[in-house]
Design a protein around this ligand. Structure first.
Ligand SMILES: [Fe+2]
Length: 263
């Protein structure tokens, strides 16, 4: 059964730097990886780690090298796409040995894992918080979606409005075009995203889109016009997705309380 770990929005900076003067994101990611390593003992083999963007907070080479060092103990193939905080060229360089990205252009890729096709698309618009799926990427998607098997499609920006105003202000442009390409495919597709720093599920047309939480901070589900713009402390953990007769997605929190207690 193909199974992947889904990690997103680690926002790494090299210690002793703190994100927004508060978050030790390297330490929080180390804790997340330790939780994931423990989970692997319970949930059996996992085929890859899929990272849906904002690996780095500042796009530096050093932050990508730090990402590689922290995730290394999981000893799993790494599949990553950029988010709005990433920078394309440092990320391409830091991941060159993985043979995942082309030499130039967007950081799009496709991998087949035991009957499951995993596609990553790059929605980064450097200098902007918002994202887009450009025409070259739409073409890549159309080509790689020509399969009848199950597909996980990884992209940073969710293809739906979250209701959190400051995040929807930096949402995904061109959702209609993306929907058009997805609708032309017969595959059983699930979309995996990040960006929202919370667990949420929406859709692009008929296709479910699942947003993973961030291990470094949490955004509050607050629809009020006067909702504060900012983050809350607290690791959201990560997700596991697998496919057998159909898809299954599970959120694994960073910490749980004492237990198990007998019923
Ligand atoms: Fe983020």
């Amino acid at each position: 059964m193909p199974r992947i770990l889904h990690i997103t929005d680690t926002h790494l900076v090299v210690p002793p730097a703190l994100v927004s003067g508060v978050l030790d994101t390297a330490k929080l990611f180390e804790e997340c990886v330790a939780t994931a390593a423990a989970a692997l003992l319970r949930i059996g083999p996992v085929d890859a780690v899929v990272v849906t963007g904002d690996l780095s907070d500042d796009g530096s080479m050093e932050s990508y090298e730090l990402f590689r060092r922290i995730v290394a103990p999981l000893d799993l193939p790494l599949l990553a796409i950029p988010g709005n905080h990433d920078l394309r060229e440092p990320m391409r360089t830091a991941f060159r040995d993985l043979d995942l990205f082309d030499q130039s252009g967007r950081l799009n890729w496709v991998r087949d894992i035991g009957g499951l096709r995993v596609i990553g698309i790059d929605t980064l618009v450097e200098g902007s918080g918002g994202g887009e799926v450009d025409d070259a990427t739409l073409g890549f998607l159309e080509e790689t979606l020509s399969t009848h098997g199950p597909v996980l499609l990884a992209m940073h920006h969710p293809p739906f409005m979250s209701g959190i105003r400051f995040m929807d202000g930096i949402g995904l442009a061109g959702i209609e075009k993306l929907r058009g390409v997805l609708q032309g495919s017969d595959a059983d597709i699930r979309i995996l995203c990040g960006h929202l720093h919370l667990s949420a599920t929406g859709a692009a047309g008929r296709i479910p889109a699942i947003v993973g939480p961030s291990p470094c901070s949490t955004f509050q589900f607050d629809f009020r016009a006067e909702a504060p713009v900012g983050f809350f402390l607290g690791s959201g953990g990560f997700m596991v997705h697998d496919w057998s007769e159909g898809f299954r997605s599970v959120h694994i929190p960073a910490r749980i309380g004492d237990g198990p207690f007998p019923f």
